[in-house]
Design a protein around this ligand. Structure first.
Ligand code: ATP
Ligand code: MG
Length: 230
């Protein structure tokens, strides 16, 4: 597999601790000195009970939420040392996100939704649209360019959300239950497309899923238990 020839770490998390205040004086300990190393191009599934902290972990790894202590570096850059603007730029250029709920913009067509990260990156409308059309074609959505999100099926919306996450060819994709709302067949189709495009681009994929079948298709499966991965 591609990542085995590429020993560069893509994600390194060390001693992550995260708790949330709860009630008068209580706390919920979510991450308990969690360590994780993922190599560039590797596909890793994270499973774990509801409430075990999978989404919290992804948000912290992606720099969207701060841990109480510990460090995260992505592509050998320390997240903690980056200021907000630099972090936003880093995310736009290097990271992609797919969520259980598609988070597409309702007033934008499929094409406009997918082109947006490329426009933010600085491409002209024409260049961004060309890239969006190419990736929507890879997602089997060439016939849906001018559809608004509410005119797409659930599976089509998720494929559109994946196209948007991948348009800037990010090195790392975070996917938090991307197929959680889909029936078995659509879930398989959407995850096949996501995994094969990630492999094609050599991207690292961190996939949170409750679906053991999908988890089994990644290079490595980890379970979040008691705030740590095993
Ligand atoms: N902002 C917050 N404030 C307080 N508690 C929170 C907050 N966010 C998450 N939690 C708590 O932290 C724990 C972990 O939540 P998280 O969303 O990471 O779980 P999860 O593993 O993604 O669960 P699921 O599989 O249901 O999506 C839960 O007990 C949750 O109630
Ligand atoms: Mg979650």
């Amino acid at each position: 597999m591609a990542f085995e020839n590429n020993p560069t770490p893509s994600v390194v998390a060390t001693s992550l601790i995260k708790s949330y205040p709860h009630g008068q004086a209580g706390v919920i300990n979510v991450l308990n000195s969690l360590d994780l190393i993922i190599h560039q191009g590797e596909q890793v599934a994270i499973t774990g009970a509801s409430g075990s902290g999978k989404s919290t972990l992804l948000q912290i790894l992606a720099g969207l939420e701060r841990s109480d202590s510990g460090t995260v570096s992505l592509l050998e850059k320390s997240m903690h040392q980056m200021k907000d603007q630099a972090l936003a730029r880093f995310r736009n250029h290097h990271l992609g996100f797919v969520y259980q709920f598609h988070h597409l913009i309702d007033d934008f067509t499929a094409l406009e939704n997918v082109a947006l990260p490329a426009r933010i990156k600085g491409l002209t409308t024409a260049a961004a649209n060309n890239q969006a059309m190419a990736i929507l074609a890879q997602m089997g959505l060439s016939a849906r360019l001018s559809h608004f999100p509410w005119q797409l099926s659930g599976g089509e919306r998720q494929r559109c959300a994946i196209a948007r996450a991948l348009i800037n060819q990010p090195e790392i994709i975070f996917a938090d239950e991307p197929t959680g709302n889909l029936d078995h067949e659509s879930a398989q189709q959407v995850s096949d497309l996501m995994m094969s495009l990630c492999r094609l681009n050599g991207a690292t994929l961190i996939l949170v899923t409750h679906n053991p079948h999908l988890a089994g298709q990644t290079d490595r499966q980890l379970t979040l238990v008691d705030g740590a991965l095993r």
